[in-house]
Design a protein around this ligand. Structure first.
Ligand SMILES: CC(C)(COP(=O)(O)OP(=O)(O)OC[C@H]1O[C@@H](n2cnc3c(N)ncnc32)[C@H](O)[C@@H]1OP(=O)(O)O)[C@@H](O)C(=O)NCCC(=O)NCCS
Length: 194
């Protein structure tokens, strides 16, 4: 679950490494145009892993209108009106991985190396703790060295590396890497403290 107070602190303002002022907030119902523009700005080889057809404006509209933050929280970084980063926190509501959240990361190519992901991952780790999650995981194409580095800086470690395990949209195989982070959730967040 996503406690209301977690979302109430948004929008947040921050500065990128070069001083660029940005805003962090969850995806809004009317962000479809901005979101589609952002997704189309992603290089094709990275887009090959995005399963949903992002050219379909109606589908993107649906993502925005029917967002269910309890299950899937898309957190944005905006520079003015432009989306420059997107990270999501997925939660499961049952089963043996209900304590494990999953995050995904994407930064607009023109804004990479300027701390966009660092801002997002830091926020999502904090949010995950407030949600009572105990672990986070991220699935990465083994060739995405930068993604591996960003996540390792936050303490994520490699749980599994399977060679030539996943297929991109052109049916080319890539290594699959599963990264994990132990959140060491404070007892107060779990509501079992004294
Ligand atoms: C991975 C990705 C999200 C990183 O986003 P970003 O906003 O550029 O990352 P940041 O600027 O916050 O960088 C954080 C750290 O990543 C590393 N990093 C970022 N860009 C780098 C580069 N070009 N070369 C080497 N390291 C780099 C650095 O360690 C950096 O921290 P430091 O400079 O303090 O050491 C971005 O490259 C991306 O969108 N890649 C494609 C999608 C993807 O691979 N997603 C991950 C799978 S879920």
């Amino acid at each position: 679950m996503m406690p209301d107070y977690v979302l109430e602190r948004f929008p947040l303002t921050a500065k990128l490494r070069d001083g660029t002022p940005v805003t962090l907030r969850p995806l809004g119902k009317r962000d479809d145009g901005k979101l589609q523009k952002f997704l189309l700005g992603v290089p094709e080889e990275e887009r090959l892993f995005i399963k949903q057809p992002i050219f379909d404006r109606k589908l993107v509209q649906q993502w925005c209108k029917q967002a269910d933050f309890d299950r899937n929280l898309p957190l944005l970084v905006l520079h003015g009106q432009k989306i420059i980063g997107l990270a999501t926190l997925h939660q499961r509501f049952g089963g043996w991985k209900r304590h494990v959240g999953m995050i995904t990361l994407l930064t607009h190519p023109e804004y990479r190396g300027r701390d966009v992901s660092k801002l997002l991952v830091g926020e999502l780790i904090d949010i995950a703790k407030h949600c009572g999650l105990r672990r986070l995981e991220a699935e990465v194409n083994g060739e995405r060295k930068i993604a591996l580095q960003v996540l390792s800086q936050f303490g994520f470690s490699k749980l599994m590396h399977l060679e030539d395990y996943v297929l991109d949209m052109k049916a080319v195989t890539h290594d699959y890497v599963l990264l994990g982070l132990d959140l060491k959730t404070d007892e107060e967040y779990l509501g079992v403290g004294g």
